[in-house]
Design a binder for this molecule. Structure first.
Ligand SMILES: *Cc1c(COP(=O)(O)O)cnc(C)c1O
Length: 422
């Protein structure tokens, strides 16, 4: 049984096999040199100390070799994206053939929909969660319009039941039973950004495929947080960003997954560029397009190496730790956070994230009765960095790579004080 004491939290940190990783990150500090309590790794992950060297390496090689760096750099730029593939594939539970790092998340969603959203006059609707991230919503609305459909009529929302926040898989089942013949695509957030709910991807894929729908997953809040087992889930495609749990820096590149079953289908419609083309003849320059098999065949451009260097710095760390160890700590750390919040026994707050650890990652979304943004401001003023979502939710993600049991203990102590004044 957990205890709500500082001693106990510190003892948990001492027993934590991953406790050394915190030292490998820059933790922002207040004016007195005390570490901030940083709980927004779900929004922008902290900077690994190694990142600077990884980027410096590429700056040096650019200075020393110019264009020859494509072949002569320590990590040659020509195949640089391949250095990320294996680690990224492990993080999302995919085969290397199925994964590539390129572009940004919303761009990748559009490129994937070019291939996997092929509506007909009668089968054209798209299902998203009602609490989908706005970018995903805009992406599917404009895809509908691009194909000549009415964005309102063509969009089906999978909603929580009245008075609830979480989604029920049975309700998706009902939507598919009733309208499956008109639905072309499901595009679902694997871990919801607002509630932190982690959905059963395999079940979603089965339900969608039973009605001949394509199934795509947005893993922005999943990659590096949970183990989505993308290959085994059977979903057709997925996309995510790397600046949240994957600590690769603001606006960094995204990841893309295309299931192996589509890897060799050259008839899939796609938007192509020279980086989609067969590596061995790419530089002959005068050939018809010969699309590469697998996820690499969705690339368009030669990628930004400086951004990839930052991703490599982070993925090398993830590779060393492994998602198993990370998720084990995550479950323990978030479990302790939940225990402390429940211990407050304060009816002003309610955790809306699922209580079952298998249905969430590290994030807890705390709904605060009659709160407004000033509550969040008080936390921020105390250098406790959380995220406020209108109308009344604080999202708080203790990430296992660098957050501590002491962090969550101190956070809940402060929250208690603030709620008492409220
Ligand atoms: C963070 C996030 C995005 C952001 O998209 P970008 O294209 O990287 O700006 C999109 N969708 C979801 C679900 C997100 O969580």
């Amino acid at each position: 049984m957990h205890k709500a004491t500082l001693d106990y939290a510190q003892q948990k940190d001492q027993q934590d096999p991953l406790s050394n990783y915190r030292k490998q990150f820059h933790i922002p500090k207040d004016a007195n040199g005390n570490d901030w309590l940083y709980f927004t790794g779900n929004s922008l992950g902290l900077q690994p100390k190694a990142t600077q060297q990884y980027i410096q390496q590429e700056l040096d090689d650019w200075a020393n070799f110019g264009v020859e760096g494509h072949f002569e750099a320590k990590n040659p730029w020509m195949p640089y994206h391949e250095f990320l593939t294996e680690s990224m594939a492990k993080i999302v539970g995919a085969k290397p053939l199925e994964v590539v790092v390129m572009n940004t998340l919303t761009t990748n969603l559009h490129l994937l929909m070019v291939s996997f959203y092929q509506p007909t006059k009668t089968k054209y609707k798209i299902v998203i969660e009602s609490d989908a991230f706005p970018s995903d919503r805009y992406a599917v609305q404009t895809q509908l319009e691009f194909h000549g459909f009415d964005a309102n009529e063509g969009l089906i929302e999978w909603k929580p039941r009245v008075g609830e926040e979480l989604l029920n898989i049975e309700d998706l089942e009902t939507i598919l039973e009733e309208q499956g013949d008109e639905i072309a695509l499901l595009l679902i957030g694997g871990v919801n950004y607002y509630t932190g709910q982690y959905l059963d991807l395999k079940r979603i894929a089965e339900l969608g495929h039973a009605k001949n729908c394509m199934v795509g997953i947005d893993l922005a809040h999943g990659a590096g947080n949970i183990k989505p087992e993308l290959h085994a889930s059977g979903v057709d495609f997925a996309a995510w960003c790397t600046y949240k749990y994957l600590n690769s820096g603001p606006g960094s590149l995204g990841g893309l997954f295309v299931h192996e079953k589509h890897a060799h289908n050259k008839d899939l419609k796609r938007f192509a560029g020279w980086w989609s083309h067969n590596k061995s003849t790419r530089f002959n320059m005068r050939q018809p397009l010969d699309v590469m098999p697998g996820a690499e065949g969705w690339q368009l451009s030669n990628p930004p190496i400086l951004s990839m260097a930052a991703i490599k710095a982070s993925l090398d760390m993830f590779n060393e730790v492994g998602m198993d160890a990370l998720c084990e700590k995550s479950e323990e750390l978030t479990g302790y956070f939940e225990f402390l919040l429940n211990q407050l026994n304060n009816d002003k707050i309610r955790i809306i994230t699922p209580t079952n650890p298998k249905e969430r990652g590290c994030q807890l979304s705390i709904q605060v009765k009659d709160a407004d943004k000033s509550l969040h401001q008080k936390l921020t003023d105390a250098h406790i960095i959380t995220d406020w979502r209108e109308p009344d939710v604080i999202r708080c993600a203790p990430v296992p790579m660098y957050n501590t049991f002491e962090d969550v203990y101190r956070m809940v102590e402060k929250l208690k004080d603030i709620l008492d004044e409220y």
